[in-house]
Design a protein around this ligand. Sequence first.
Ligand SMILES: [Zn+2]
Length: 81
Amino acid sequence: MGLFSGHGSKNEKPDSRFLVAGAEVTCPQCQNNLFHEGKAQLNTAAMSLMNLDWVNKSATTLVCSRCSFISWYLEGPTKLD
Ligand SMILES: [Zn+2]
């Protein structure tokens, strides 16, 4: 479904907690700590035109399970079990 792989599919993974730079990820909007992990491609023509080729890779997105706020990470966050 669009940008986010797995979103809305039957095999949807359960929401999880994540660690980034040694700190647990919390939603800046609602302070929730459960997120749905996804991937988004950043290699768009616009990025190349703007000389942002360094960003030509996929980013990890964490979608808040409560309010749907999207956090973007170039370096993949660590999933907490
Ligand atoms: Zn939230």
